[in-house]
Design a protein around this ligand. Structure first.
Ligand code: AMP
Ligand code: MG
Length: 357
């Protein structure tokens, strides 16, 4: 029998194959496009072992040795965050999110600062989003995950989770039961039936931290795409902005190409992970108000200087009806493209200003 990890890896590989088909003009690491003005060359590498998705890194560097070093350092940092925020796997000698979940109702877990800080940030995001983005929803999300994996494994037998089971799980999702002791560096889930799910926020948070670190190490021009969660360090060295695609939730050609300079672009979409029951699709972004896949949009794309904020908000905005979603975007100071489930598009003025087409 295939494990759920096999499924995720297989989907990641499919995504990477599709992405690589889109990149005939770009170079793989090892060959370079030289930019005359800056003397820097463009290098690229892709990976499949970070956050169960395809990661593509593009960097401008003075030579291949420097590019290799920067790409490897970036990859290694992303892997560290991936392991720390992983709720599915344990790693020797590492207290990660899974360790915290395993100790729910048992004991506080001493964790790396990067996990403690993410949990504190997620609690702030819970407050900002009125609970629409809730990392304490793991008990509910794990039921959906289980039914989705079973349904993908055996499409004919695909089923919806029973509402009673979801409602019972939702009684164990109170963010106040996520207890952080900053001084002790511990995280404790005070409800034994609670679990964390960091999927809504971990990639953006990690990508931003890694981008900040690589900038400190001397990188002035880099694009990190972690499963479509994009962060740009600076612009390209030819003086032009990075060009970042916004995928159509319906497949085919990209909806837009954005001019991006020192910005992050993050999309939450119903097309990214779903399964089918009796001909209807059920996706992975769960509205805490209904415990069912949120029904308002097919995709929500957020632009922000901070990828952590963009990621947290992409999920929360996806779970709110249009007026409330727009009000939250304004309050949080981000630019957004909403694609409603009838295909209608709404975008903020700041988002429109970034369109190349
Ligand atoms: P994203 O693609 O950033 O919107 O994140 C989606 C992932 O976040 C899902 O696969 C779940 O792991 C998790 N998730 C789904 N719904 C929520 C929610 N309302 N609050 C927090 N996490 C969620
Ligand atoms: Mg998100």
């Amino acid at each position: 029998m295939k494990t759920s990890l096999d499924h995720r890896a297989a989907r990641g590989l499919k995504k990477l194959a599709a992405l690589l088909l889109l990149l005939p003009l770009l170079c793989a690491c090892g060959c370079a496009l030289v930019d005359g003005a800056s003397g820097l060359s463009r290098y690229q590498a892709s990976y499949l072992d970070v956050f169960d998705t395809a990661t593509i890194l593009t960097v401008y560097a003075p030579d291949e040795a420097q590019a290799d070093a920067w790409l490897e350092e970036t990859h290694a940092l992303l892997l560290q965050y991936h392991r720390l925020y992983d709720i599915y796997n344990s790693y020797d000698g590492l207290s990660n999110a899974r360790t915290v979940n395993e100790n729910a109702g048992v004991a506080p877990v001493r964790a790396d600062t990067a996990l403690v800080e993410l949990v504190l940030y997620a609690k702030d995001m819970y407050a900002l989003t009125g609970g629409r983005m809730n990392i304490a929803l793991g008990s509910v999300l794990s039921i959906w995950h289980e039914y989705r994996e079973a349904g993908l494994e055996n499409p004919d037998g695909a089923q919806l989770p029973p509402m009673e089971a979801l409602e019972e799980a939702a009684r164990h999702a109170d963010i106040e039961d996520v207890v952080v002791d900053e001084a002790a560096g511990t995280i404790y889930l005070a409800d034994p039936k609670m679990s964390l799910d960091l999927g809504a926020i971990a990639k953006g948070y990690a990508a931003q931290k890694v981008a900040n670190e690589m900038e400190k190490r001397g990188v002035s021009s880099m694009l990190l795409s972690v499963g479509g969660n994009v962060v740009a360090i600076g612009a390209r060295t030819d003086g032009k902005d990075w060009k970042v695609e916004v995928q159509s939730p319906y497949g085919g050609e990209a909806l837009y190409l954005l001019n991006v300079n020192g910005l992050s672009v993050v999309t939450s979409g119903s097309y990214q992970r779903y399964y089918t029951v009796d001909g209807a699709r059920y996706h992975h972004i769960i509205d805490p108000a209904t415990l069912m896949p949120a029904l308002y949009y097919d995709s929500v794309t957020v632009l922000s200087a901070d990828s952590s904020l963009a990621d947290a908000l992409s999920t929360a905005l996806f779970c709110l009806p249009p007026e409330e979603s727009q009000a939250l975007a304004t309050r949080a100071g981000v630019d957004v493209l909403w694609v409603a489930t009838d295909g209608a598009q709404t975008m903020t003025e700041g988002f429109r200003a970034k369109l190349t087409n």
